[in-house]
Design a protein around this ligand. Structure first.
Ligand code: PLP
Length: 389
């Protein structure tokens, strides 16, 4: 039998702490390793596989499009891209244009550039615990020192304020601010939802002071929180919305939805070779269709409530707090999560950490109720008492 772990450890970049498990197949919220062993997937490829693995409609759209036309740069029009633009820009009022790229960090990078271009200002206000990606602009908006420090100096003009703190935001946004960038639920930072009124206050400040509001929906987007976009939980109208992860059913795709206050986008100022490829657009169209047909956001709301209730009923001295929105859930514990993640994996449940002390669950939104019960049962077992790290 081929030792995938040995090969990846020897020849991979070295940038990932690898688990000695090789997944070779998936269906819905289930993954199988090379030995045929089944795992319950509560990470969905870091929030990518919202429709589950190998969704038949998405798989069919990809294979049909691959046989028709895979690539077509945005300097030429394309049937699939036109269709997607029309559908995407009809999802919420005032976001009438879209820029396509290939990942979350690229979507953030583009939104930051658009904000500077539009306002002629350089300042960006981001938040503590925020995560926006790893390229230089996005990394400059990201908070975690561990990610930032080795690559300094970063892009000038960025500052970070405490999340969910309107007064700090009001103090930071001034007439040099091009944009405020926020997540509706901070994901990597430990699964912290915005408090009622926070995003509305951010929007108001931006409008008053001539800045743009960028909402990073890379992780929260497309149904995960129980609405198509997390910002729809609140009465807020962003100027730029960053999307990626789940929007093309698992194919790499990023997008920025662009509102009417964004100006000065003209030919040649920004672009992407792969952005808006017919293949990604076909996958994204199929994804949207399934989202609507199966009312995936409503499923996430209902199942998320069941998951939160199940987790909150666990009687464990280790749990500090269970929080989340829809199927974006964090369990903050009083110890480091690493041994608990390992214990979950031994029980064939794949979850994610968010920082040192939060176990994050981002299951496919099509997860079955009995699979939710299984996840809760496994968590109750591993959190029954302290484990050695
Ligand atoms: N923004 C948010 C909120 C994210 O959660 C992530 C990734 O986890 C990113 C941006 C970066 O996305 P990508 O890894 O596709 O570059």
């Amino acid at each position: 039998m081929i030792d995938y772990f040995a090969i990846e450890s020897e020849h991979g970049s070295g940038l990932y702490a690898k688990q000695p498990v090789a997944f070779v197949r998936g269906r819905g919220a289930q993954l199988w390793d090379e030995h045929g062993e089944a795992y319950l997937d509560c990470m969905a490829g870091h929030g990518v596989a919202n429709l589950g693995h190998a969704h038949p409609q998405v798989a069919a759209a990809i294979s049909e499009q691959a046989a028709a036309l895979i690539t077509c740069p945005e300097t030429y029009c394309n049937d699939r891209r036109s269709e997607l633009l029309a559908q995407l820009c009809g999802l919420v009022p005032d976001l009438e244009r879209a820029f396509f790229c290939n990942s979350g960090t690229e979507a953030v990078e583009a939104a930051l550039k658009f904000a500077r271009l539009s306002t002629g200002r350089t300042g960006i206000v981001a938040t503590m615990r925020g995560f926006h990606g790893r390229t230089f602009g996005a990394l400059s908006a990201t908070w975690n020192r561990q990610y930032r420090a080795p690559f300094e100096p970063l892009v000038p003009g960025f500052r970070h304020v405490p999340y969910n703190n309107v007064a700090a935001l009001a103090e930071a946004v001034d007439d040099e601010t091009a944009a405020v960038i926020l997540e509706g639920v901070q994901g990597e930072g430990g699964v912290h939802p915005a408090e009622p009124g926070y995003l509305e206050a951010a929007q108001q400040l931006c409008r008053q002071r001539g800045a743009l509001l960028i909402l990073d929906e890379v992780q929260t987007g497309y149904g995960r929180t129980g609405k198509m976009f997390a910002f729809q939980h609140w009465d807020v109208q962003p100027d730029l919305v960053c999307l990626a992860k789940s929007i093309a059913g698992g194919l790499p795709m990023g997008a920025v939805l662009i509102g009417s206050r964004v100006a000065n986008l003209s030919p040649g100022l920004h672009g992407s070779t792969f952005g808006g490829s017919p293949l990604a657009c076909a996958a994204a169209l199929a994804t949207l269709q399934v989202m609507r047909a199966e009312d995936i956001p409503a499923q996430a709301a209902e199942k998320g409530a069941a998951l939160l209730a199940g987790l909150r009923a666990i009687d464990s001295p280790l749990i500090r707090e269970v929080r989340g929105l829809g199927l974006m859930v964090g369990i903050e514990i009083k110890q480091k999560v690493a041994p608990y993640m390992q214990a979950l994996l031994e029980r064939r449940v794949v979850a994610l950490p968010a920082g040192l002390t939060v176990i994050r669950l981002l299951p496919p939104l099509v997860i079955a109720r009995e699979q939710i019960d299984r996840a809760v049962g496994a968590l109750a077992e591993v959190l029954a008492g302290p484990l050695e790290g």
